[in-house]
Design a binder for this molecule. Structure first.
Ligand SMILES: Nc1ncnc2c1ncn2[C@@H]1O[C@H](COP(=O)(O)OP(=O)(O)OP(=O)(O)O)[C@@H](O)[C@H]1O
Ligand SMILES: [Mg+2]
Length: 499
């Protein structure tokens, strides 16, 4: 069968770095084609070129045998539709408005509201997603936003649908739903390019896989003819033994964080303790109130009731604001790193230097050489790729941005670290690396609270797991003994049965 879309010998450099180096990929109607690779391998750059958002230095994009000009409009007209890695909806606009914009990017100003709503509703019905079309995007859960994003991408009835890590913020059930939806769309003749760091998903969904490493195409195979271990080895360019089950031998000390009677929007009277050297995990479904809970605890959002105390070196301090939390050695790695985790236009050095200023500069004078040295060490510890600390954070790939956020806190040896979905969008190798770092922090005596929707991760890291549902702790499990079924059962509302 003939290819619907072909990228031919695409090359694109940023400065001296070839982000995409002579890559050729083609996808047929009805085919689901995976593109995988480590963070920074060039996946998103290639997809932006296919969508006409980025211009290649050389190479061609063909749709049904015809070369398309490199502009976003031409790509859309030719039938290529991209669901971006980072959410790209307009938060102040409604669901209907966002979907309509996807379908008719140029005529939105002249639209009749009734017609627009009808179009949006039909598009949502087609993929079976239930959401109020008059709701503003900013009021939706991350998962619903992701589905609206997909609705917007298919609104124009594209021939090629590209999804750049669509399941990064979805729960297992939502992921199942999405994968079935994509299988259905492919059966109807859509060509799909699917980017994911979740190898099991790739093996369940895709027909073929292309692997990029350092911008180069290193491997193409039918899924049937390869194995997950082979795909991982090709991604990292060496044998990578994934020791996912390795648990620490935790020795929890005194209580560092104590939160009592916490109430806030979405949080319903929660008590929580975390001890020095202990990793406490918060499991549950996306939207269960975990992010709201941790933000209320550290004062990032207001709480309506409750008390939070941090005890460092025997001194017990009340936490009343985010500032007081920071002063008492609390570190926060947020879910939305683009919003509050990183300064995108600042260098890696400045980003990791900001929270560490006190340690680095005596008398408030910045010592650039020392800052650079510390930044370099931190970049090496988290495995930043490439380790160019003068580069702006915004120029790094998604997974590497997450490593920069974590690097910020490593140096500081915080008393209490809160991590919200710490490895979302992070490649397999880096994920193992981040797990090692989190365990290392705990072994150094830091109290760690981690929110994760990734069940294997939650089970591997946590000494204690609280499962949250509707803003309440539904049950508490021993991290060393719990299994996925128990966590999912509690998350879905089953009662805890004592063994
Ligand atoms: N605007 C830019 N300026 C400079 N360098 C860039 C820019 N965009 C991407 N790069 C670089 O190009 C390379 C490929 O990045 P890209 O975002 O395509 O990776 P990726 O495979 O999508 O990674 P991830 O899995 O982390 O999303 C990286 O080295 C990145 O730092
Ligand atoms: Mg990417």
């Amino acid at each position: 069968m003939a290819a619907v879309v072909e990228a031919k010998n695409i090359t694109k450099a940023f400065g001296g770095v070839k982000a995409v180096d002579d890559v050729t990929v083609s996808v047929e109607a009805g085919e689901i084609h995976a593109v995988v690779g480590e963070n920074g391998a060039g996946k998103s750059t290639l997809m932006r070129i296919l969508s006409g958002i980025e211009f290649p230095d050389s190479g061609q994009v063909m749709v049904e045998g015809k070369e398309i000009e490199n502009s976003a409009k031409d790509s859309i007209d030719a039938g290529i539709s991209l669901v971006h890695q980072e959410l790209s909806l307009v938060p102040e606009m409604t669901v209907a408005e966002n979907i309509y914009l996807g379908g008719f990017p140029t005529s939105a100003g002249f639209t009749k509201r009734k017609e627009m709503k009808k179009f949006a509703q039909e598009t949502l019905d087609e993929i079976g997603v239930q959401v109020d079309i008059d709701e503003r995007i900013s009021r939706l859960s991350v998962a619903l936003r992701q589905f609206v994003e997909i609705a917007r991408a298919i609104a124009r009835k594209p021939k090629v649908l590209i999804l750049d890590e669509p399941t990064a913020s979805l729960t297992p059930a939502e992921t199942d739903y999405l994968l079935s939806m994509l299988e259905r769309l492919a059966k109807q003749g859509l060509a799909i390019i699917y980017i994911s760091h979740r190898i099991p998903e790739v093996f369940r969904l895709c027909h073929n896989v292309t692997i990029l490493r350092d911008g180069k195409l290193v491997y193409v195979s039918e899924i049937k003819k390869t194995t997950p271990q082979e795909v991982i080895n090709q991604m990292v360019g060496r044998e990578l033994k994934l020791d996912l089950e390795s648990r620490r031998d935790a020795k929890p000390g005194d209580v560092v964080l104590s939160a009592v009677g916490i109430k806030a929007p979405g949080v319903n009277d929660v008590d929580l303790e975390v001890r020095a050297g202990e990793i406490v995990g918060l499991g549950g479904l996306v939207g269960a109130g975990r992010t709201e809970l941790i933000r209320a605890i550290i004062g990032a959002d207001n709480k309506t009731a409750g008390n939070v105390h941090i005890t460092v070196d025997g001194k017990r301090q009340q936490i009343t604001s985010y500032m007081s939390a920071m002063r008492n050695g609390v570190a926060y790695v947020p879910e939305e790193r683009r919003v509050d985790g990183l300064a995108m236009t600042m260098s890696v050095t400045d980003n990791v230097y900001l929270p560490n200023r006190k340690d680095l500069a005596a008398s408030g004078v910045i010592n650039p050489a020392k800052a650079a040295k510390v930044a370099k060490e931190l970049a090496d510890r988290v495995g930043l790729r490439p380790p160019e600390i003068k580069r702006e954070a915004g120029q790094y790939s998604g997974g590497n941005q997450q490593k920069i956020v974590i690097a910020k806190w490593l140096h500081k040896r915080p008393s209490f670290v809160v991590l919200d979905e710490p490895t979302r969008g992070v490649d397999v190798g880096a994920k193992a690396e981040i797990h090692r770092l989190v365990k290392e922090l705990a072994d150094q005596g830091t109290a760690v609270l981690v929110v994760s929707s990734d069940l294997p991760e939650l089970l591997e890291l946590s000494d204690v797991i609280h499962v949250v549902r509707d803003g309440k702790i539904m049950g508490t499990l021993d991290g060393a003994k719990a299994d996925e079924k128990q966590v999912m059962g509690l998350a879905a509302g089953e009662k805890l049965v004592e063994a």
